[in-house]
Design a protein around this ligand. Structure first.
Ligand code: CA
Length: 363
């Protein structure tokens, strides 16, 4: 009723033949879209599936803002499809949306890595600058154009942790032969330094680490890692995540389905995703700070950064992996150049703004 009254009032303000316009708008407004969204993460997983800014929260916000005209049913990993099959499902139109991280799709298109996290790359603020105002979002859609999909950021963990290790890492040599769960480009970097890399969905990490199937694992950060119980399977928690300085959650959408949404519903999806991008990051700041304190004080976890020499080797290997990737694919080169140009400028700014504040001013 509210909708009809609003359109009637809007129509009354118009003169003569213009009265026809609100009727068209009203007819279009009545269309209800029932969509499915899958996830790479299990039902109930904090941040990804549950809580402020999660996939479930995103669907709720869209439903409320659209007054029920866009209903998105959310499925955790394994409920409708396995964890890492979202790309193919959205591409085929089996589901309209998938909620995950684009770096799971580097086997389909390497450039997808840049839209999740680049090792030694930009933080949350820098990534948002690149996406929303530096051409990053347009490039993301250009990369997915051949697959008939569009994407946008809809969450961010902030800087992740290097991860859990059963044994201390004192030198690069300690990485050799280590079996480690780590996805994305960072996995390639570790592999070049002798690590035996495994890609496991979140739910499989703890049993693998506990049973010794793997010797080390990265997942997200203190809150989510604690929830998986990773601190019960390994005591050494290496901190600042060189590999994922601000991990972006991806909202992946079938382009044909997207094209069928009226403009107002598209705007609702875009704005709900942007809201979740910020809200989820805030959630991480609060929960990680509490969980980190608990892990150190109450759980016997030994938290420390990786030794400088190891960081240096990882950085040098990352540069090599990226340099090689850009020679193999023109689109990766294009995305790489855009990302790095933005990063160079952002780094200079950050040095005298955010970083300077933390290091020199705050005390
Ligand atoms: Ca991670």
């Amino acid at each position: 009723m509210t909708l009809i009254r609003r359109n009637f009032v809007a129509g009354a303000a118009l003169a003569g033949s213009a009265l026809a316009a609100p009727a068209v708008v009203r007819a279009q407004s009545k269309a209800v879209f029932n969509w499915k969204m899958t996830s790479a993460y299990a039902k109930g997983a904090p941040f990804y599936m549950d809580g402020p800014g999660s996939a479930t929260d995103l669907a709720k916000r869209i439903r409320e803002m659209s007054d029920g005209r866009l209903n998105i049913q959310v499925f955790g990993a394994g409920e409708l499809i396995p964890a890492f099959e979202g790309f193919d499902a959205v591409r085929a139109g089996t589901v309209e949306m998938n909620h995950a991280n684009s770096y799971f799709w580097t086997g389909k298109t390497f450039a997808a890595q840049y839209f999740t996290a680049v090792p030694f790359g930009m933080n949350f603020q820098g990534m948002n600058g690149w996406f929303y105002d530096g051409g990053g979002l347009d490039l993301w859609n250009e990369v997915y154009e051949p697959f008939g999909m569009v994407a946008m950021p809809c969450g961010n963990t902030g800087v992740q942790m290097t991860g859990w290790f059963k044994k201390e890492i004192n030198s690069v040599a300690d990485l050799k032969g280590l079996k480690m769960r780590i996805p994305g480009l960072a996995g390639k970097v570790y592999a070049n330094l002798g690590v035996d890399v495994k890609v496991l969905p979140g739910g499989e990490i703890f049993p693998a680490l506990e049973r010794g199937v793997i010797d080390a694992a990265e997942f997200v950060g203190p809150y989510q890692d604690r929830r998986l119980g990773l601190h019960k399977a390994a005591k050494f928690y290496y901190t600042t995540g060189w590999h994922e300085p601000a991990t972006v959650s991806e909202l992946l959408i079938n382009k044909a389905a997207w094209g069928k949404l009226p403009k107002d519903l598209q705007a609702i999806v875009q704005n709900a995703a942007a809201a979740c991008n910020v809200i989820s990051e805030g959630w991480c700041q609060r929960n990680n700070s509490e969980a980190m304190e608990d892990l150190i004080k109450n759980q016997g976890v030994i938290a420390r950064p990786l030794p400088d020499a190891v960081i240096k080797a990882l950085r040098s290997e990352t540069d090599k992996v990226l340099a090689e990737a850009v020679t193999k694919d023109p689109l990766t080169k294009k995305v790489h150049e855009s990302y790095m140009a933005f990063k160079t400028q952002y780094d200079r700014w950050s040095e005298v703004s955010e970083e300077a504040y933390h290091i020199k001013v705050r005390g």
